[in-house]
Design a protein around this ligand. Structure first.
Ligand code: NAP
Length: 261
């Protein structure tokens, strides 16, 4: 018996990085998974990886910032697998690093649409199903950038602070329903989103410096975030609600320091 046996899960951003690792782990632990990403080829590749491992999966190409698309993939999970127990709203974009005075309203809107409106839409449309069954786990990927500065651009950081507030407020809006809403705040993880950082550091020969700001002195890998998502998705986290859990090697625990060795 896997830790998610009998459960039906949706994972967004499942075509890459943290989402792919989570979709694979959820399926490995017995969940039937709807893998969602905006690029069909990417999400199909994830689905193929799951099938090869003997898991049950259905893939959907959809934009998480489009309300009709979000309703569509939630309904798809219900028609394909008979219900929905877990929704991991993970898809996100970084928007890069643009100086404040060069940022346009459209630039902000694009980032907020995916990173904050996307999780809002997922919660809005999945919660009625979960409330009616008296149970469900919603997880969002926030970021250490939502906790304090210097881990991403201005709109990215604001969007992730918004996600932390979103899980707190919705967990309380669902008072007495049995539906849990939590967020994960990853530190620096090697994924598609951070590829340019890693490529640049490797090209400069300074890759041994990546991740040195946290007490574990290293960057993280997608399966390490997927393990936190698995915990929150599973009944092991039955009393964890409204929390934003940092999975960052200890980065957010410290004041800036020069380093001991
Ligand atoms: P990733 O490898 O780029 O994966 C994100 C996936 O989401 C990509 O496949 C991306 O597609 C997809 N996506 C983007 N916009 C979408 C949309 N509108 N609709 C559907 N899918 C969309 O990056 P990742 O690091 O795994 O990111 C997952 C989450 O972790 C994000 O929310 C990110 O902000 C968060 N996070 C990452 C880090 C880190 O260090 N990597 C740290 C903290 C938080 P495209 O490739 O086509 O854009």
């Amino acid at each position: 018996m896997g830790r998610l046996s009998g459960k039906r899960a949706i994972v967004t951003g499942a075509g890459s990085g943290i989402g792919r690792a989570s979709a694979l782990l959820f399926a490995h632990e017995g969940a039937q998974v709807v893998a969602v990403d905006r690029v069909e080829a990417a999400v199909d590749e994830t689905a193929e990886m799951i099938r090869k491992e003997g898991g049950k999966v259905s893939s959907v190409a959809a934009d998480v910032s489009e309300e009709a698309a979000v309703k569509g993939f939630i309904e798809h999970c219900i028609s394909e697998f008979g219900g929905i127990d877990i929704l991991y709203a993970n898809a996100g974009i970084s928007g890069g690093m643009v100086p404040l005075h060069e940022q346009s309203v459209d630039y902000w809107k694009d980032i907020l649409a995916v990173n904050l409106i996307g999780p809002f839409l997922a919660i809005k449309h999945v919660s009625p199903h979960m409330i009616s069954q008296g149970k469900g786990s919603i997880i969002c990927t926030a970021s250490v950038a939502g906790l304090r500065a210097n881990a991403g651009g201005t709109p990215y950081s604001a969007s992730k602070a918004g996600v932390i507030s979103l899980v707190q407020t919705t967990a309380n809006e669902f008072y007495g329903t049995g539906v849990r809403v939590n967020a994960i705040c990853p530190g620096l993880i090697e994924t598609g989103m951070t590829k340019t950082i890693f490529d640049g550091a490797r090209a400069r020969g300074s890759d041994d410096k990546i991740g040195q700001l946290n007490p574990l002195k290293r960057y993280g890998l997608p399966p390490e975030i997927a393990q936190a998502a698995l915990f929150l998705a599973s009944d092991d986290a039955s009393y964890v609600n409204g929390q934003a859990i940092a999975v960052d090697g200890g980065l957010s625990s410290t004041h800036p320091f020069a380093g001991r060795r």
